[in-house]
Design a protein around this ligand. Structure first.
Ligand code: TRP
Length: 431
């Protein structure tokens, strides 16, 4: 079975806090370890430009978020971990999507509408202070998702509308230009609680009530001691309901530990002692990661290298896929005129051929030839013939997308455009 593709990004405009950790980072890192998923995690630094005009902050936040993800256990060997701005195909796709997206659709985006409503309330022009970047935010996000044909996009509830818009754009594009995009779905973690902040409201940068994930131990203790509680004295029973302290504890502790704290509440534990328990529990989970984080932050060059390697992996998919999309919309090499028509109505005589053979060393190989017998691509060796057959089938079914995922298993002998045309013709013929 084909693995499920999961993709998510974090905007690089702030410092990760406990709410981000519990709500996004921890669940996605866990999910990335499952066997049958293929995950794409990225730093949405183009998106950051919409939120801030402070270059130092964008750079700092990119470093902090990358280090956080790695310190929390993301394995860049297993997942594709990259920085949005290293993939120039994304803004290119954004433009293609811009051209098939109704302006009215974007008018209805919550974030844009909120800005307009605020202006109306203030009695100023509807678009006062609204950049075209804010307006286009959902299109950039759709390009992030559709570029990698993600099936599932784990996001917070506030982002659901964006995923729906990405679906709309994908189907408009598919309708006009053929089936190129998978329709993505939002994956909402029902059981992941929104974490309360220091003041009991939702932990959020905009409320200035966050606990940064990787502050030094002593500072973490101080912040926790500052969490609001009620005025009940030591010995007086406390209620767990509506207690920010309790909810924070619950997000980190096991069921037994949580029950033990509930019991302590009922028995009148002093707030100071409860805070100390929370601090110790948090620090137990965070301390080992903090150590890695501190090391990583001292070596930005290492993170830069990791991201560049991730970008290479991502572009092995994005580059050929963009070639295919360019082809689909008519941005084509001019000397491919005749073949381009063949894509629409391929003749049997225009089809490529797939040949399996065995080398002297006993390994199985295959090659793809175009209709005229020109060598397009050749595979590395396989131990078993059915492995070669499986990859041939992938090329036949997925076209250039498969070329991207097969990566080094293939050796390209012609222009990728020519291969794209040949594989497209094969698929068109089968339909
Ligand atoms: N908009 C998301 C946020 O602020 C970040 C983001 C950008 C994203 N592109 C994405 C999330 C693509 C998921 C998929 O939280």
């Amino acid at each position: 079975m084909k693995p499920v593709r999961v993709l998510t990004g974090i905007t690089t405009s702030g410092t990760p806090h406990l709410g981000n950790y519990v709500g996004a980072i921890r669940p996605t890192v866990r999910a990335s370890r499952l066997a049958d998923v293929e995950s794409f995690y990225f730093l949405a630094d183009y998106h950051a430009l919409i939120k801030t005009g402070d270059p130092a902050r964008v750079q700092r936040s990119t470093l902090e978020i990358a280090a956080t993800w790695l310190a929390c256990g993301l394995d860049p060997e297993k997942v594709t971990f990259y920085r949005q701005s290293d993939i120039p195909e994304i803004p290119e796709l954004m433009w293609m999507l811009t051209c098939i997206t109704g302006k009215g659709l974007l008018n209805r985006a919550h974030a844009y509408k909120a800005a307009v409503d605020k202006n109306a309330a203030a009695g100023v022009d509807a678009d006062d202070g609204v950049t075209a970047g804010l307006f286009m935010y959902p299109v950039l996000m759709a390009a992030d998702i559709l570029m990698f044909n993600a099936h599932q996009v784990p996001v917070g509830r506030d982002q659901i509308q964006h995923i729906e818009m990405a679906r709309d754009m994908a189907s408009s594009f598919n309708h006009l230009y053929g089936e190129h995009f998978t329709l993505p779905e939002a994956a909402i973690e029902e059981h992941v609680a929104t974490l309360p902040g220091l003041d009991g409201r939702k932990m959020s940068k905009s409320y200035d009530n966050t606990i940064p994930l990787f502050v030094p131990r002593e500072q973490l203790r101080k912040l926790i001691m500052g969490i609001v509680t009620d005025s009940r004295a030591p010995g007086e029973p406390k209620t767990t309901e509506g207690s920010a302290l309790f909810q924070l504890y619950q997000a980190f502790a096991s069921t037994e530990e949580t029950q033990a704290l509930a019991k302590a509440y009922a028995e009148g534990i002093a707030w100071g002692d409860a805070k100390q328990m929370l601090f110790e529990r948090l620090d137990r989970e965070i301390a080992p990661m903090r150590e890695v984080y501190d090391q990583l932050m001292k070596d930005p060059g290492h993170i830069e290298k990791t991201l560049k390697a991730g970008a290479e992996k991502a572009r092995a998919i994005a580059t050929p896929f963009t070639t295919r999309l360019r082809h689909a919309v008519g941005l084509r090499p001019l000397n491919l005129g005749a073949e381009a028509k063949a894509v629409v109505k391929p003749q049997k005589s225009a089809l490529p051929s797939f040949k399996q053979y065995r080398e002297a060393d006993g390994q199985f190989h295959f090659k793809v030839l175009d209709a005229k017998g020109k060598l397009l691509v050749q595979s590395q060796g396989y131990a078993a013939p059915r492995e070669a057959a499986r990859d041939i089938a992938r090329l036949q079914n997925e076209g250039l997308t498969a070329v991207a995922s097969l990566g080094r298993q293939l050796e390209l002998h012609a222009d990728i455009d020519e291969l794209g045309v040949a594989l497209d013709a094969w698929r068109q013929f089968q339909q």
